[in-house]
Write a new protein. Sequence first.
Length: 673
Amino acid sequence: MDGPEVALAANRFESQQNTRSPLSSHTHTFDRARGGFKALIPPVHPASRRETTPNDAIWPPSMAPPFRLAVLVLVIVVVFVSSARADLVISRADRKVDLTSHIVRVLSSLKVENAGSEPASKVLVAFPNIQAKNLAAIRAFGTEGKVKGLSSVLPIEVVEPSGAPPELTFFSVSLHKPLEKGRILHLDVLTVFTHSLQPFPEEITQADSQLVVFQDSSYYLSPYPVKVQTLSIRLPGGRVESYTKHANTKLVDSELKYGPFEDLPPFSYNPIIVHFENNNPFAVAKELIREIEISHWGNVQITEHYTIVHGGARLKGEFSRLDYQSRPYVRGVSSFRHLIAKLPPRAHSIYYRDEIGNISTSHLWSDSKKTQLEIEPRFPLFGGWQTTFTVGYGLPLQDFVFSSDGRRYLNITFGSPVEEILIEKLIVKVVLPEGSKDIDVSAPFPTKQWQEVKYSHLDIAGRPVIVLEKPDVIPEHNLHFQVYYKFSNISLLIEPMMLITGFFLLFVACIAYMHTDMSISKNSPSFLAKLQWDEVQATIQQIQGIFDQCLAVHDKLETSLHDLSRTGDTKSCKAARKAADAQFKELAKELKPLLTSVQSSPQSYQIWPKVEELVAKEREMQEKLMARHSTVVDSFEKKLRGQDIENRIASQQQKIGALRQEVESLLEYLSEI
């Protein structure tokens, strides 16, 4: 039966119960005498509906089908009669549900008695399919005796008992030895569920707290009779919007307790809904690619590529950075700003970056027992927001790679070091050294496996890569796995020998080059042309030096005018002009033979026009400078006003500026030759 058919059948069942609310308190028991399912429905006063469950009108239709499906499941359970169910009795069942994170953990402590005449070797555990599809991990621990002692891990697997309805998923816990008649088994079943907390409302503003809904049964869904049972739900704190109230229900601090309930038949069911505040990080990794590269030179390099999304209620409206910075615990309480990654104790060379570059907002604490990395993205994550980043670090080889029976093996954890993160798709790549062979993988849970080849520096045949893929990875999957392989120490010498050979050939080539005369004949036209061009370049550099001196003299004339405007000393200004005129004449004498040399060289046919233009512009600028200088000095001697002086030299000043730019451009052109 698929989802739409289940919902349709549930609606039919609900329509038959038209005098009752679908979210009212129900107690469903299996009636063997009538061979059917009996619903015992206590009356619910309208005024107490808000206390019992949230108002039907505020719940979207998607919230109701899990309980409707459970009702249908239990109706069909009538056809399932198990001999194991008839022989075993659960004298006490205590369930503890942890809702402090977005990953729901349920610990069911069962006290199982064998009331039959035959030994029992298996114990069945049942879940509705609507709940089993979100089951990420299940483990069983058991010990036999009247007093609970040290438990041991028990094998558990999915089974399909004969006559079992398809709407239920059954697990079989295999005992180490059969449970004899009258004996007691203390069985602890730990189950971890993902996507079991549904945000409601599904969209909230930046200032709102995040409210979520949890749905379950206050009765333990057991294929065996249960004498006494209790349910304890641990909440993260904050306000509790509403919760289902049955008999023996109380809320103490952040813990919601149901029961004790006594003498319940198999498959008893009592739906509950808890609507509460949960602002803890809903960190969901859409994909995590974790690469583990082994180097027998002493290092294991870990590189983790994350794609993280906030899996809680989506942000409605715009994000205000101002509000968030001023009051982050009020205006951004539903967001999370950082994640904590617990790395191995001797991790080194740790980096944290994204597509832009290194992220400097991370923090690292390290001691002899642990290394803790605080990962802080560039921006806070609200519901529906996504970010990508990379974390890398190195580990000592001797801490994670060992030898046994002529083989080497890597022993390292499988999942992510980040706390309380749900990984929807985890890909672990183990890159072995080149030359590894006879590769085997031992993982504590089923994974999809295949092999690839990676080429790195100085590789010839490539490095074998073992790829493991698993969906819905939670912190409980962060167990050790092993990769066994054979590797010869001789293979370590391949890359150093390649480097030695490469350097040796390079040195031989250098020696051969140094002892080979590859010079061009001094009588060849190309060699003569090169010599002439070198002479032209040297002459051009000398010409540039002379013009740089001319520009320096220009600057001195400018300085003398500034001093004149400050002191009014015309004699000093005239002396500066006279000295500048003498320097210009000396520089002109030095320039004349250089210009003749460039003009006569056949290699300077492209450069000579620019040199001529440079000489002409410089001479014109000298004339303009001298004229302006004389005008200013004459004006000061006549004691004209400053504004009159500016008007007399305005045109000259503009022309001098233009000429200066042209001269500097020509000098820059010659310097690039």
